[in-house]
Design a protein around this ligand. Structure first.
Ligand code: NAP
Ligand code: GLV
Length: 321
C-alpha cells in the first residue's frame, strides 16, 4: 500500500510531483493554513506530514499522532513551530530545509539594510505624495555603507552569507555567536564581540538566530538602549526575537535610527499596527526565501525528507535535537 501523507499547503510542483509519485497525498487546497483541529484529526491516520512554519505542531498535536506517523517534514529551515522534544519522545523524526534558502534570505536581509539606510520606501512615498519638485541638496539623506559597522547576531549559514555581501560594500563586520571562536571567524574577516559590544559599536544590527527560549525577546528595551541613536535594526529571523513594543518606542523616541523587518509578532501583522505608522520602519511580509528557484529547492528537499521518512529511511536533512 502506498503511504498516506498530508501536505498542509500547496507547495511548488517540483516537490508535489515527487510526493505524488511515491505517496497517496492529500494536499490542503486553501491559501490559509489548515485549522489546528483539522490537523489534529489528520495526524491520527497518516504516515507522514509535510508542514510549514504556520502549522502549530505542539505537544498536544504530537500526542494525537497515530502509530503510523513516521515523519514530519517541514518546508523551512526554522522549526520553532514544532515541539521537537515531544516528537523525539515519540521517535518521530523532523525534517527541515537548511542551506537552499541561505542566499535568498541573505539577499533579502541586505535588500532591507540598503532600503532602510537609503530610505528607499520613503523616497517612493515622496513621489506618490507629490512632494518631488526638484533635486534637493538636503532631502532624504541616508547613511553610507562603506566604512560602517555591521553587527551580525548569530553567525550561522545566513549570518555568514550576509557578512559575505557586506564585504563587497566595504563594511566592517562584527558578530556575536556564542559557539564560534575568535580565531575561526577572524579567518573570514569577522571580529567576534560580546552581545553588548556589538550593540554599542554597530551601525546596522542584523539578526540571524533561531527562535528559542534563549533568543525570545533578545532585542528588548535594554538591548535597544545600548544601540547607537543612528543604528538600524534588521530582522529576517523570527518576530518574537524582538520586543516589538520596545522597538516602536525606541524608534519613535530616537533611541535608534530605524528598523527593517521581514518577520513580525504576530504574523500576519495587523495593518493598524503602530510600527507601520513610523516612516523609518520598513516591513515586508516574511519573504526571505521567496525566490522562485529557492522555493522549488525547498519543496524538493521537503518532499525528499517526507518520502524517506515514510519509507522508514533516515531523512536527508533531519533536525538534530
Ligand atoms: P543556522 O545556520 O543554524 O544559524 C543560526 C546561528 O545562530 C548559529 O550559528 C548559532 O551560533 C546562532 N545562535 C543560536 N543561538 C544563539 C544565541 N542565543 N545568541 C547568538 N547566536 C545564537 O541557521 P540559518 O540557516 O542561518 O537560519 C537562521 C534562522 O533564520 C532560522 O532559524 C529561521 O528562523 C530564520 N530564517 C528566516 C527566513 C525568512 O524567510 N525570513 C528564511 C530562512 C531562515 P553558534 O554557531 O555560535 O551556536
Ligand atoms: C523561513 O522563515 C524559514 O525558516 O525557512
Amino acid at each position: 500500500m502506498r503511504p498516506k501523507v498530508f501536505v498542509s499547503r500547496i507547495i511548488p510542483e517540483a516537490g508535489l510531483n515527487l510526493i505524488r509519485e511515491a505517496c497517496d497525498a492529500e494536499v490542503w487546497p486553501e491559501v490559509m493554513p489548515p485549522p489546528y483541529d483539522l490537523l489534529l484529526e489528520k495526524v491520527k491516520t497518516i504516515d507522514g506530514l509535510l508542514s510549514t512554519l504556520n502549522d502549530r505542531i505542539d505537544a498536544n498535536l504530537i500526542a494525537s499522532c497515530g502509530e503510523n506517523l513516521k515523519v514530519i517534514s517541514q518546508m523551512s529551515v526554522g522549526y520553532d513551530n514544532i515541539d521537537v522534544n515531544a516528537a523525539q519522545a515519540r521517535n518521530i523524526p523532523i525534517g527541515n530545509t537548511p542551506g537552499v534558502l541561505t542566499d535568498a534570505t541573505a539577499d533579502l536581509a541586505f535588500a532591507l539594510l540598503l532600503a532602510a539606510s537609503r530610505r528607499i520606501v520613503e523616497g517612493v512615498e515622496y513621489i506618490r505624495n507629490g512632494k518631488w519638485r526638484t533635486w534637493e541638496p538636503l532631502a532624504l539623506l541616508g547613511g553610507d555603507l562603506s566604512g560602517a559597522t555591521l553587527g551580525i547576531i548569530g553567525l550561522g549559514r545566513i549570518g555568514e552569507a550576509v557578512a559575505r555581501r557586506a564585504k563587497g560594500f566595504d563594511m566592517r563586520i562584527v558578530a556575536y555567536s556564542p559557539n564560534k571562536s575568535k580565531e575561526t571567524v577572524a579567518k573570514i574577516g569577522i571580529e567576534l564581540l560580546s552581545f553588548d559590544q556589538l550593540l554599542q559599536e554597530s551601525d546596522f544590527v542584523s539578526i540571524h538566530v533561531p527562535l528559542n527560549a534563549q533568543t525570545r525577546n533578545l532585542i528588548n528595551a535594554q538591548a535597544l538602549q545600548k544601540m547607537k541613536p543612528t543604528a538600524i535594526l534588521i530582522n529576517t529571523a523570527r518576530g518574537p526575537i524582538v520586543d516589538q513594543q520596545a522597538l516602536y518606542e525606541a524608534v519613535k523616541s530616537g533611541i535608534i535610527g530605524g528598523a527593517a523587518l521581514d518577520v513580525t509578532n504576530p504574523e500576519p501583522m495587523s495593518p493598524d499596527d503602530p510600527l507601520l505608522s513610523l516612516p523609518n520602519i520598513t516591513i515586508v511580509p516574511h519573504i526571505g526565501s521567496a525566490s522562485l528557484r529557492t522555493r522549488n529547492k525547498m519543496a524538493v528537499m521537503a518532499a525528499e525528507n517526507l518520502i524517506a521518512g515514510v519509507a522508514g529511511k533516515s531523512l536527508p536533512n533531519q533536525v538534530k535535537v
